[in-house]
Design a protein around this ligand. Sequence first.
Ligand SMILES: [Fe+2]
Length: 481
Amino acid sequence: MQSKSADAKDQPATEHGRLGYSSLRDEVVAEGLEVDGNLPSWLAGTLLRNGPALFEDSERSVQHWFDGQAMLHRFTIREGRIGYANRFLRTKAHQAMNEGRLAYHEFATDPCRSIFRRLMTAFDPGITDNASVSVAKLGDRYYAMTEAPMAVQFDPETLQTLGYGPRVPGAFATAHPHHEPDTGALINVATRFGPRNAYRFFRQAPGTKPTVLWSKRVAKPGYVHSFAMSRRYIAHTEFPFVVNPIEIPLKGKPFIENFRWEPERGTRIFVWDRRTGESAGIFEGEAGFAFHHVGAWDDGDTLCFEYVEHGTPQVIDDLYLSKLRAGDGAAGSSRPQPRLKRVQLDLRRGALRSEYRSDQSLELPRIDDRRYLERYRFVYGIATVPGGAYDGTEALVKIDTSTGDAVQWSEPACSPGEPVFVADPGEDREDAGAILSVVLDNLQRRSFLVVLDAETMQERARAYAPHVIPHGIHGAFYGRA
Ligand SMILES: [Fe+2]
């Protein structure tokens, strides 16, 4: 499974590495995709995917993978047939790029602006509305999200852009909100920049504006991509990749390049009691970096949660398009591979314990959402394959957190995207369901949706998309009643 095919060897790595980071300009609606294999009879609903798909205007490319313009894709599964559609989000940033000008502050790409203009637009106006990272549902509305302070509403059937969601209380927020289990309201954290920098946790119920639940003032905010929430607590992991916001307008750098790695600070974890809003402790651990928390649960007075530990923020550098297109990006880097780390906080004694749960490399982690806020056993994700950087081979992986064992699915020269778990409605067992992932075959130069049995990680079916789909970031599956 991990050997390179002869054909793949004959082509330079850059040829393969570039394909998933090339612009896709076509927008199509294709019903009745060609399907190989047998779909589970119970599988019905829509997989929505989000990710960057337009990387250059008439003159230059954006610098970073995260800065491509957002494209939505949907795979609709109904009665054993699969339909597909894709469409760009019609944002101001997309319109500007389509007109041949990079006009907005992106994650790691900036328009050319004078220092004076920067001071005038410090912190907010001009920041991108390119919501290219994730999708979320609030009430009956669907949103595309990024870390900019506004989400973009869209129609899940036509993928048409419908407008903006409410503005969040800060300069940036995560694209990984949690859902309150009983109300469906979103819980998220925004970071306020200004004379008083603060993390501001807020709640957004359907049809209402966000309300701030509690704040934590800090001198230098950290880069926040996600956080942990259990039934009782919220844990905010502050990795020592921090920014002094007052310097942003003066330095003239794109957003993320203002952050500095200060490992001597260690990692701080702020915990709040969700019912009372009171602090439940501040914990200090060794320096590290993560994008993604996985899940969290309460075990008596111990709060447990997991995230994918990268060790340092080097991964952000490795996702610059110049590196990725040269085949020298995330998979090709010599840095340590990201692994699943479990943190246990004894809230009564104020003690922190952490450990790696598996040697398996892991990113884009997902669980069976029926175990949301509860202890779960299995984590699904993507993994690097030794030697795979040469031809783009990566794997889908299932980690058993009770043993650290891992099961993989991979094919030569194929790069799978984030695996989304869909539960079999007729079974309660945690891994009874399917894994859906959009895979790019770098050699055959085509993309397909693969459907795996989540228990065995064996393939059940695949459906070929009508074009090459650039690497996506996050998505979600919405079942049909
Ligand atoms: Fe993410």
